[in-house]
Ligand binder design. Sequence first.
Ligand SMILES: [Zn+2]
Length: 750
Amino acid sequence: MRTLLSSLLISTTGLALAPLPADAPPRGFFPQSIQVQRDLEARFKTMPDPSHMREAMRRLSARPHHVGSPYDRDNAQWILNEFKSYGWDAHIENFDVLFPTPVERIVELVAPTTFRASLQETALPGDPTSNQQSEQLPSYNAYSIDGDVTGPLVFVNYGVPADYDELEQRGISVKGAIVIAKYGGSWRGIKPKVAAEHGAIGCLIYSDPRDDGYAGGDVFPGGPMRPAQGVQRGSVADMPVYPGDPLTPGVGATKSAKRLTVAQASTITKIPVLPISYGDAQPLLAALGGPIAPGSWRGGLPITYRLGAGPARVHLRVKSDWGLKTLYDVIARLPGTTEADQWIIRGNHHDAWVNGAQDPISGLVAELEEARALGTLYKGGWRPKRTIIYAAWDGEEPGLLGSTEWVETHTDELRAHAVAYLNSDTNSRGYLGIEGSHSLEKFINGVAMDVEDPESGVSSWKRLQASRILNGTPEVRKDARDREDLRIGALGSGSDYSSFLDHLGVASLNLGYGGEDDGGIYHSIYDDFYWFTHFSDSAFVYERALAQAAGIAVLRLANADLLPFAFTNLGETVQTYVKDLQSLRDKRAEQITERNRSIDEGLFKFTSDPRAPVTAPQHQQVAPQLNFAPLLSALDSLKSAASRYDTAYNKAVRDGRPANAKDVNERLIQAERALTSTEGLKNRPWYVHMLYAPGFYTGYGVKTIPGVREAIEQGQWQDADREITRAAEALSREATLVNGIATSLSNGAQ
Ligand SMILES: [Zn+2]
């Protein structure tokens, strides 16, 4: 479900590099294993075949395949048979989850004039799958509560908390109103959540043409951008609280699972929500009176953007079928040999909102092509040391359902055996986007150096470095030129890695190329084979590059003598998080002081335009100092342990196999787990990772050291000190573990 935009925003926050020699050995291999591994990778790289992936995409996206649809099940069966034909041991694992589908949808303007929204994406001649209306899910937001409401309309920009502060200063309340928000600026599920907190009774979300419509290029089918009738579907469940089946938080949604009632499920919205096209939104927005919207709120429609409330009144009716649907997770396995109880897991989802050629099939066909290549090697006699598990998840789109329920079902095994999880979701032309656990940053930089970029002919790593040097901020440019590794972004939520990383502490990576194919078909009926082959990676060469990158990462993780974790980049990255938190506290303190002063001096009164009056905001509590010392001191310990580990690791890979490599690997697996806390985050205990989580009020934007960050942002100063202590405890556990591993490795290597 990740949008290209979101992954770009995350990944451009900072890759860097210090040039490794082009022939640097793969991380984690002893001298006697390097040549064998290189030969294996060379054979693997020749195998992914663009024409094969093109045909797989055509097949998998031929019909709508959302959760519960006949073609979703058909695809799962086809994927299962593919895995089996490649030589994998494969099966389907089923779960029964709450998945509402729309029964009634009405949006109409009832005053001052009348207009009924079409709520219909039209079939386009020339686009052969856009006319499959009997199988398409109508445009809607899954997990919107049922409702039938009428009220004045208010335009709320992106519908995030700061937007409501602006409205309040202009004397506009949304109490009893229906809000209309633009897509963007947050994950969509945040919009109805914040609207309900402010007393709204309904929520419309529309795609403004400035964001992914005609402002960015020709609209589909003449170009890649969103046409006037195109609608973004999507989940609005409150996933920052917990993802997965709303009825079975924390446990797998098996047949016998104990289920909440729908009324008890806290992740279902409090008010009805519906997404609409800009074609349907324009008459509603044009009917708004009230103050003119602030400059940054205005979009690309040929109207004057006003805030309301009134005179526009809207009637919104949403009703769903709240039945359980069956998920089909396809799970395939290549058994390991000497380290069979260590698992390398790779996944991509197979369900879509409609035909989903880009999301998720562009990621899935690369994954399947890796599986085909690995199967060919296996049939030829190669055996991985560790067990490799490939998953094609169902139900990602409604709420990471298939991966979450699988992880919740297999929690104990995964805690004991999972080494790493490698995810992809969508793929297109451009730059290799990498996000994930910073203990794998050095490892994945090595992989990116060994995969050629199809358009430039240099490595994917080099092309990314070039882009950061040319287009980055001064800080990003400096990192890109001087740092040994390109930085990888942090992961919050937004795709199937979430349960592995956030809920279990399994080190995770998310990979995908992108940045050169802006489009406006996300979660619409136009995300299909015609669109992808005309406006994205039409030669399927970036599909091949993704299969090479992810496949080589799997081959290295599966065969490494020493698991390729490293901790100096983790320590250095966490240090940047702590610095950010310190400056966030100082900035907040300064803002509060200055604002309080402006209120006291009457400045808001003096500058208010009597024809568009603005009132002063409320006084806020002055920010106290926070004690960051425990965090800084834990960080020092981690950095020192990381450096000791590097020394021991370098000696081990130079001198050859230490006697205790097996024991060291067992302990390395636990390194990401050490960053979790059993009690989890405040008010959302499902999230146990102390370094990464989706923001409570932003959705899948990543919050780093989320407990502390959110306490500062929300002015909960006592919580902030307590959360600093909790984060420091996690870092101390990590430091102790890494230090112990370093000691053990240097003893074993002597
Ligand atoms: Zn997706």
